[in-house]
Design a protein around this ligand. Structure first.
Ligand code: PGA
Length: 246
C-alpha cells in the first residue's frame, strides 16, 4: 500500500509562496516514478492559494483540496466555501474535522457527518481528522472520544468508498509534543479494528501531531500507520521532502 504524506498549510502561504513551494517540489519529483509508485502526496492550502496549487501540480498525482467546506453545495451561506466549486476547480480531496475547526469554529460530529456525505456525493476523498484533548487523555477517554467521532461523523455513509482517517491528538498539534510510539501503536491498533468492525473496506489511517523529519521514520514503522498529516514541517519543501522520503 502506498504511504500517504499530507500537508496542512492552515492559514499560511500566499499564492506566490504556494507556487514557489510547488515548483520546487515538482521539479524534484515530477519524473520520479519510483516515488509516485510508493507514495501519495496531499496538499491542503488556504483557499486563496487553492487554484495556484492545483495548477502548479497538475502534471503530478498530488491530491489537492481545501481545509474545510460547507455542508451545502450552494445557497445563502455568506462567507462559506463550496465543495462543488472546489471540485469544479480541480480539487480531489477535502480535509475535514481538524481539531482547530472543532475547537475554534464549533464544528460538530453532526455537521461533519453532512460534510462527509457531501464529499462522497461529489467523489471527493475525505481526510477526516479525529483526536482527543489532553484533558480527555488524562481522563482515560481517548478511545471513547475517537470512537464517538468516528461513529457519529461517519454514520450512514458508503463504507466501500475510500476514506482516510487522520488520528491527531490535540495536545500534540503544533506543540512539539509527539505521541510516543507506544501511544500511537495502541490507538492505531484500536482504530484499525474499529473501522473494520464498522465495515469500512477501503480506509487508511494517518498520524498527525508534531511529525518532523527526525521522528517520521519510527512513527511510520508503527503498524496501521499508513502515513502522516503534517502541519509545521510541511511548510518548507526541504523538511516535507525529508518526511516523504521515508
Ligand atoms: P503539526 O500540525 O504538524 O504542526 O503539529 C499537524 C496538524 O495540525 O495537522
Amino acid at each position: 500500500m502506498k504511504k500517504i504524506f499530507a500537508a496542512n498549510w492552515k492559514l499560511q502561504k500566499t499564492p506566490a509562496q504556494a507556487k514557489e513551494f510547488c515548483e520546487t517540489f515538482r521539479a524534484q519529483l515530477v519524473a520520479h516514478t519510483y516515488f509516485w509508485d510508493h507514495k501519495e502526496v496531499f496538499i491542503f492550502p488556504q483557499n486563496f492559494s487553492l487554484d495556484t496549487v492545483i495548477h502548479a501540480t497538475n502534471d503530478t498525482p498530488v491530491f489537492v483540496g481545501p481545509q474545510n467546506i460547507h455542508f451545502e453545495k450552494s445557497g445563502a451561506f455568506t462567507g462559506e466555501n463550496s465543495a462543488a466549486f472546489a471540485k469544479d476547480m480541480g480539487a480531489k480531496t477535502i480535509l475535514l474535522g481538524h481539531s482547530e475547526r472543532r475547537q475554534f469554529f464549533g464544528e460538530t460530529n453532526e455537521a461533519l457527518n453532512k460534510k462527509v456525505k457531501l464529499c462522497q456525493e461529489l467523489d471527493l476523498l475525505p481526510v477526516f481528522c479525529i483526536g482527543e484533548t489532553l484533558a480527555q487523555r488524562e481522563a482515560n477517554e481517548t478511545e471513547k472520544v475517537c470512537f464517538e467521532q468516528l461513529t457519529q461523523s461517519l454514520n450512514g455513509i458508503d463504507k466501500s468508498k475510500r476514506m482516510i482517517v487522520a488520528y491527531e491528538p490535540v495536545w500534540a498539534i503544533g506543540t512539539g509534543k509527539v505521541a510516543t510510539v507506544a501511544q500511537v501503536k495502541e490507538i492505531h491498533e484500536k482504530l484499525y479494528h474499529k473501522m473494520s468492525d464498522l465495515n469500512f473496506t477501503n480506509f487508511q489511517l494517518l498520524y498527525g501531531g508534531s511529525v518532523k523529519p527526525d521522528n517520521a521514520q519510527e512513527l511510520l514503522q508503527v503498524p496501521h500507520v499508513d502515513g502522516f498529516l503534517i502541519g509545521g514541517a510541511a511548510l518548507e519543501v526541504d523538511s516535507f521532502m525529508k518526511i516523504c522520503s521515508h
